[in-house]
Design a binder for this molecule. Structure first.
Ligand SMILES: [Ca+2]
Ligand SMILES: [Ca+2]
Length: 89
C-alpha cells in the first residue's frame, strides 16, 4: 500500500513542510523529512508556565493521530530555548 504525496502537516503553533520522497508516494517503511519554522516562546507562554504543541500529518486522505509535546518554562530557560522577554514587549 502507498499513500499519494504530498505529506502535509497541521500544527497549532507553526508551519511545517515535508520534502517529497522523490517518486510521488509514501511507500511502506519509507520516511519523509518535515521541517517546521521555529516557534518563538511568548511572554504569555512563560506566564502560563508551559507551551504545548500539537501536530498531525496527512497524506492521500489519511491523517495521523495527533502528536503532542509540552515544554515547561523551567525547561525552556534551562535548555536555552529562545524566549520573548515580557518586559521588553
Ligand atoms: Ca516514495
Ligand atoms: Ca513508490
Amino acid at each position: 500500500m502507498t499513500l499519494d504525496e504530498p505529506v502535509t502537516i497541521a500544527d497549532d503553533k507553526t508551519t511545517a513542510t515535508c520534502a517529497p520522497s522523490g517518486d510521488g508516494d509514501l511507500d511502506v517503511s519509507e520516511t519523509v523529512i518535515c521541517t517546521a519554522v521555529n516557534y518563538i516562546v511568548t511572554g504569555g507562554d512563560i506566564g502560563a508556565g508551559s507551551v504545548t504543541n500539537t501536530a498531525t500529518a496527512s497524506a492521500d486522505g489519511a491523517t495521523s493521530p495527533p502528536d503532542t509535546v509540552t515544554v515547561y518554562a523551567e525547561l525552556i530557560f534551562k535548555d536555552g530555548f529562545e524566549s520573548a522577554d515580557p518586559d521588553e514587549g
